[in-house]
Write a protein that binds this ligand. Structure first.
Ligand SMILES: Cc1cc2nc3c(=O)[nH]c(=O)nc-3n(C[C@H](O)[C@H](O)[C@H](O)COP(=O)(O)OP(=O)(O)OC[C@H]3O[C@@H](n4cnc5c(N)ncnc54)[C@H](O)[C@@H]3O)c2cc1C
Length: 450
């Protein structure tokens, strides 16, 4: 018997994948015995906020991830299709019809039993998919097993912009005082620096402190401590606060003027290939259109393409690069998988996708096989690579985006065409991969109960 803990998007998808491969599954969902601060029903796969799974177009990162999930046989997407409401090219759903469809599929599957109880321990042969609002008792058990740094209770996310959208005629590469912390970093310096004049800084602070902020639910209020203080809150403390904090210019000289700028916004590399750059210290609760408006005032970022927006939430998530295996299982027990938002992915589609792969891999391992991960030219494979290879010291949840995926071998200037080509390559790769790895055979028990 396999335990799936949490009947949200990831848990329901994982349970379905396992059951379809002939395994008997006990799905533990604590609602309605115990609820979360955001859920309001006892249904499985309740969507707690927006009713959209975002774009269906494969030239969009979320659309591509969904297309890959369809190749792998996602039950969640089948239910979403059955509950679809008109929303242009987005896959939006009637949330009641969607949750009812998932609940019906799961509860009527002969290999799945649903129990309504809170799980408080980690047991072998489990998929832990308890989401951003994992109950306190289970969160404590996870922390005990992984160590204090292994599980965070809040995210404080700074925006990420794509390298190709940064104006290289303005930003300059350098590390403060020329100091490098990584060997082999080269002469240039690890950071990209956006230099600000006094006028630019003053105008920026004024825009930042008056911009519209997101006010979340009461439970979502975060007790701010230094590492997750929103940049707009710090800025409101005084005109110079940021200039003496994350925007301090000391140790940096703009090679174009030969002088130290008045203030500097630093961008830190987010991935090994340097496609994604993180605005250091810019965790924020500004609304998305305000992030676009205000952050594009930063010199060098006028045309910034945001691959991830900033946010601050209550969010329980594992530091996956520090604590989990590449397929997101415990390092000391490969039969205890994590799936969904608790792994550090962000969003409905991403959460469902990791449930899908956890189900597939648990089945493979129990059948004596090896876990598999799609190649990093696919959105799913690239997301898993990020979860494993990201810098553990700065790890924050991540959504699907094209900065994660390997570049094309050739340079394509037309952005839309480039994404279409990446999508074509990804869909061909995931189809080939699923056939090559015998995804629909290995791990399956031909209806026999494992
Ligand atoms: C307030 C809020 C708003 C959000 N809005 C959006 C949005 O608009 N779009 C978006 O893409 N994402 C949004 N998210 C993120 C969203 O929660 C995830 O994308 C998605 O729901 C995660 O799926 P999951 O399966 O990992 O977790 P969930 O869907 O949360 O499912 C986890 C399940 O585990 C159960 N559970 C928890 N602890 C235990 C336990 N100890 N024992 C048994 N069961 C347990 C919970 O009751 C829940 O049913 C939001 C999150 C929050 C908190």
């Amino acid at each position: 018997m396999i335990h799936v803990v949490g009947g949200g998007l990831a848990g329901s998808e994982a349970a379905w994948q396992l059951a379809e491969r002939g395994h008997r599954v006990l799905l533990h969902e604590m609602r309605p015995v115990r609820s979360t601060p955001a859920h309001t029903t006892d249904r499985l796969a309740e969507l707690v906020c927006s009713n959209t799974f975002k774009s269906t177009e494969t030239s969009n990162a979320h659309g591509l991830l969904k297309a890959e999930m369809r190749v792998l046989g996602s039950m969640i997407l089948e239910c979403a299709d059955s509950a679809r409401v008109p929303a242009g090219s987005a896959l939006a759903v009637d949330r009641d019809a969607f949750a009812s469809a998932v609940t019906e599929r799961i509860t009527s599957h002969p290999n799945i039993q649903v129990t309504r109880e809170e799980v408080t321990k980690l047991e072998p042969s489990s998929v832990i998919a308890t989401g951003p609002l994992t109950s306190d008792a289970l969160a404590s058990a996870i922390r005990e097993r992984l160590g204090v740094a292994g599980l965070a209770f809040y995210d404080a996310i700074a925006p990420i912009v794509s390298r190709e959208s940064i104006d290289e005629t303005i930003v300059f590469p350098a590390s403060r005082y020329g100091r490098e912390t990584m060997e082999g970093q080269g002469e240039e310096g690890a950071y990209l620096n956006c230099p600000m004049s006094r006028e630019e800084y003053d105008a920026f602070i004024s825009a930042l402190t008056t911009a519209d902020q997101f006010h979340g639910h009461e439970f979502d209020e975060v007790p701010y401590f230094e590492r997750c203080m929103p940049v707009e809150v710090a800025a409101a403390r005084g005109a110079d606060t940021l200039r003496f904090g994350p925007l301090k210019p000391v140790g940096l000289q703009d090679p174009r003027t030969g002088r130290r700028p008045y203030a500097v916004v630093q961008l830190r590399r987010e991935d090994r290939h340097g496609r994604m750059w993180n605005l250091v210290g810019f965790q924020t609760r500004l609304r998305i259109p305000e992030q676009q408006r205000v952050l594009r005032m930063i010199p060098g970022l006028a045309n910034a393409e945001f691959l991830r927006y900033g946010s601050i939430h209550r969010n329980s998530y594992v530091n996956s690069p520090a604590a989990l295996s590449p397929h997101l299982a415990l390092r000391d027990d490969p039969t205890i998988f994590f799936a969904g938002q608790i792994t550090g992915v962000e969003g409905y589609t991403e959460s469902s996708a990791t449930g899908l792969l956890a189900g597939i891999n648990m089945s493979r391992i129990l059948a004596g096989g090896e876990p598999v991960i799609p190649p990093p030219v696919t959105m799913l494979g690239a997301l898993y690579r990020y979860m494993h290879e990201a810098d553990a010291a700065h790890f924050q949840p991540m959504n699907a985006n094209f900065g994660l995926v390997d570049d094309l071998p050739e340079v394509i200037r037309d952005k839309k065409r480039k994404r279409e080509m990446i999508a074509e390559r990804a869909l061909a790769a995931i189809t080939e991969w699923s056939e090559r790895t015998g995804l629909f055979e290995l791990g399956a028990t031909d209806g026999r109960v494992a």
